[in-house]
Design a protein around this ligand. Sequence first.
Ligand code: GNR
Ligand code: NI
Length: 172
Amino acid sequence: MAILPIIIAPDPRLKMVCAEVNDITPEIVGMMDDMLDTMYAAPGIGLAAPQVGVTRRIIVADVCKEENKREPCRLINPEIEWKSEDLFAYEEGCLSLPEQYSDVARPKSVGIRYLDETGKRRELEAEGLLAVCLQHEIDHLDGILFVDHISSLKRNVIMRKLKKLKKVENAG
Ligand code: GNR
Ligand code: NI
């Protein structure tokens, strides 16, 4: 069990297209547990490997609210198989963009194909908050942040704030 440091934007590691996992090693399985620990500690409802500096196609999620009803999801090489035409707008945040929020419209429901931690091929259908979360996480694997879905005006305001925050932190 380990809580890993979360990378804050802007950072080149958050802009990379992550590599597929070909071999699910014990290191990868252990890393997914560390990612879950990190996500629960934050707290967050999802986490993508590039946010902890690992540019591989791995995500974890749990949209359950209560701490005693945890339902951790571990997805390797997730792919969106289909998405609904109707959209759902939700106010998104990101652990890599602390304290920044904006409405993002995405397909309301999605079908996702992935490998579980044993290498078994699986599929899931998600809607509501889980659909939002999984699309947000899969975006991270392609170097896409939620601010890439909003107007450049709003994005620039948020990115400028984060750059300033980093400068202050580095100075202090
Ligand atoms: O914890 C998180 N909450 C959240 C809220 C709305 C839409 C997406 C998210 S994901 C975020 C954690 C995170 O940054 N995952 O990459
Ligand atoms: Ni995020």
